[in-house]
Design a protein around this ligand. Sequence first.
Ligand code: URA
Length: 471
Amino acid sequence: MHIVALAAQDDFDGWRRAARALVLIDAAPQQVLWQVDGDADLFGAPPAPLPPAPEGAFAVPRAFVDLASTAICHSDPERFSLLFALLRRLRDNPRQMEDSADPLLRRLDHMARSVRRDMHKMRAFLRFREVDGAEGARYVAWFEPEHHIVRANAGFFVRRFASMCWSILTPALSLHWDGEALSEGPGATKAEAPGSDLVEEVWKTYYASIFNPARVKVGAMLKEMPRKYWKNMPETALVRDLVAGAQKREREMVATSAAALAGDNAVRSWDSLRIEAMRCTRCKLHETAGRTVFGEGPLDARIVFVGEQPGDQEDLAGKPFVGPAGQLFDRALAEAGIDRSQCYVTNAVKHFKFERRGKRRIHEKPNGGEIAACRWWLEQELTLIRPQITVALGATAARSLFAKPVTVSAMRGEAQKMPDGREMWVTVHPSFLLRVHDRQAEEYALFVEDLRRIGRSAAERARAAAADPGG
Ligand code: URA
């Protein structure tokens, strides 16, 4: 019997080293006992070192490494030996990974899928709570994963919340990030995690204000957000009451929505929306992009400008339209007599999509799926702000706002009246002006002219509203 002691439940490198050596000495799966350091030693003695492996090597397909490095995080204690059995078969038949009917492969595949699902749930449903620490604010979250995924998910949280100090507590392990380094600590209990705080209150306020009883689909909600995660998510404390009082609330909402979304409530709701957007995983961009760049500007703005997506400089600054296109936009706005500080400026897609070339990050257009996934955030921003005028800067923004592909040249320069009387405008994106070298001056003048029209329309609407405040 060979006993292998792995350093941790997710010790893929340790498993790989031992498994290779064991395959080379032709050990059978039933002759190997896999143990994790810290488990009770079944034999009362430390495991003996493996006999030296004979010279030799064998290659395994990349698909196996991907499968094994994921499935190793599964909570099933049999995973080590199942993976070892598959590895042995691969030595004799390198095409084993292609046999999708093979029960062993299917079982391991199923495990890997379950692990990936659990990782996604942790990213989507983990909620930080703010606590005061000696070094300032710290955000602490409690999460109970199904599998051993916490370490594998650490990189995601470091990238997403790089500038915050945070701790994630789980029963087996805790992670701590101080803004520069990640450290690990022992597992914790739920009692050690803070219960409720300001961020939570803000998020609840927001959730209550956007909750639309007319759209409740309980089945879909449960599928997306299984009940087991509800207890750690502040907003779910509201769901039962909100669903129960749906009809009453629907009537009240019609009467009070404008008032409820105004003032303080809107600021608090926008804050929680922005915080929530920082951990958005609605599309694949979050895996490679930098940070979420949310919109900014006054929440009672009459005009909202919507761009395509943040660029390199916006991603670094965390603010929309601050790079070259943003500077040109500022200049055109000033010439058209529009005060940017009175407008809300945002993007259709909140992550910078790029292709890396050496040290440079080259802009790549977002695709339809990414635009559709991110529309959720734009809709929330527009619901909170309720601008009189929304302006699409370029085709991506227009596609998001109209929920279909739109030809900018066919729509530009005229207000599109919405059924509720609000206006939607379409014009070119400022970066287009940076690309048309031969007729830049003419195109720039046309852009400023579009902005002037928009400014005039906003001013007329403001005058009409002042003359008829109840209208
Ligand atoms: N382009 C955009 O569409 N948005 C920005 O924020 C910057 C450049």
